[in-house]
Design a protein around this ligand. Sequence first.
Ligand code: HEC
Ligand code: HEC
Ligand code: HEC
Ligand code: HEC
Ligand code: HEC
Length: 372
Amino acid sequence: MKKYRNTLLVCIPVIALPLLLSNLTLAKDDEIRKFHSEAEMAHFQMVVLDTTLPNGYNYLFAGSGVCQKCHGLDTLGLASVDANGDDVNVVDDWRATMMANSAKDPFWRAKISHEVLLYPQHKAAIEDKCTSCHAPMGHFNAKHLGALHYGIADMVADSLAMDGVSCLACHMLAKEGIAESFSGLLTFDTFRVAYGPYMSPLVSPMLTETGYKPKFSDHISKSEACADCHTLLTETLDFQGNVTGNKFVEQATYHEWLNSSYNDTLSCQGCHMPSLDKWPVHIVTGAMTEPRSPFFLHELVGGNVTMLGLLRDNVEALGLTAGPSQFQDVMGKTTALHHGGRSSSLWWKRRRATRFLFLAKWTASTKCSAKT
Ligand code: HEC
Ligand code: HEC
Ligand code: HEC
Ligand code: HEC
Ligand code: HEC
């Protein structure tokens, strides 16, 4: 990786200097002057100058820009590509999802402002609760360092909080106590680790460059990894703003899944992170590691097309780190999910799961009827 970057640094002046000279001598000749096509230039700028994702570290976490260096787009097209050679890197798939934009989501921000306007006496408690799931890398770092509350003012000044449900908000979740507390009461390991689905990862490049250690753990691949954010019980207030002591179940997606027939057949990831089963993928730019299988696409789409469209149209105003075409792409995947369209790999998963359930029921019923 470092070697490749050095080559890039050398290449840029080497390419730029003759180009500059040729411009001086052949300034009138348009054909010769255009060394790269416009599409190439746009691509080049996106790849080389893409510094929009946060690159920093706080006490516990690192920004997605840190991970992008190795798990992002491979300009040589060797790592993070599918059987057709199409790019499937996890960073670009994730960055235009609702989770990546959970701290910048203007509807979310408006909802908090409204709640605080109605009950200013509960401002600290409301903002603290809302940032736990929507801006976890800011919230839990501050809590770890002893803060009592973490609010919206803290969040907007904190680039890692604004990175939303970022890479390490999932990959650093501790195994102990997972899916026990819910409602954004998350526990992270504090020893700089990124849990993943593969046994015996090559540790040294990531540890040396980032200080984080890639490590196998099965808890990351289970629905429990989604549970603590995808179940939300809130304390209710009366119209005067007094705490009633009651709890309201706002969201119970994990428990709905737990009580569904998918419980022992298909996890959240099984549907929301479709896998490339037959095509091993080099997961690191520089291709220094063996290809891995299965590779899990970070599609992470759900029900929200409206907000993705709004984000697509307001990239600059909202300071987003994905571009309009990336949002458009995620909108397409979301619509495919709604329509069960064939373009969505999820469609096949669901079909397979339905067929499996049907077969299971059929086998059970034939067994029963055979007995009677
Ligand atoms: C336990 C984690 C958690 C906490 C805490 C939390 N949220 Fe959310 N929030 C979610 C999830 C998950 C979704 C997505 C739900 C879906 O798509 O079905 C969401 C979605 C939303 C949306 C819809 C966004 C959109 O663009 O459609 C709003 C508004 C929202 N939350 C407001 C709040 C407010 C206000 C608070 C604090 C009082 C809060 N949330 C606290 C997990 C949480
Ligand atoms: C919502 C949680 C979540 C977020 C956010 C997330 N990941 Fe993942 N990631 C997972 C899960 C879960 C798996 C394993 C899937 C499985 O085993 O079913 C995984 C797998 C991986 C892998 C192994 C290769 C693969 O795709 O299978 C890498 C590398 C990875 N993630 C890096 C990242 C990076 C870098 C980011 C940020 C740009 C990121 N992840 C964001 C949950 C997440
Ligand atoms: C210097 C390059 C580099 C950077 C930067 C980097 N990684 Fe990695 N990552 C690796 C390598 C190498 C592996 C091991 C690949 C293998 O063995 O197939 C790996 C593996 C992983 C795995 C899979 C672990 C497993 O056992 O399944 C996850 C998850 C992961 N990285 C997440 C991240 C996250 C999150 C970041 C940003 C904080 C990040 N990586 C930054 C190089 C890097
Ligand atoms: C740290 C908290 C957190 C974790 C962990 C988490 N999520 Fe989320 N998720 C959120 C929040 C917050 C939102 C809503 C963002 C918004 O709308 O502003 C969300 C939204 C979603 C959506 C809706 C996207 C849409 O377009 O409507 C899906 C699907 C989703 N998450 C799947 C998962 C899966 C699968 C996992 C586990 C692998 C997971 N999440 C883990 C916090 C989390
Ligand atoms: C069998 C496949 C499947 C499984 C398993 C599954 N989902 Fe989904 N999920 C879907 C589909 C399909 C949609 C889109 C539904 C629609 O709006 O048409 C969806 C929608 C969502 C949404 C957005 C809902 C909304 O109204 O905005 C969230 C959030 C979500 N899933 C999270 C999860 C979590 C967390 C789990 C595990 C506890 C899970 N899902 C398990 C298929 C699945």
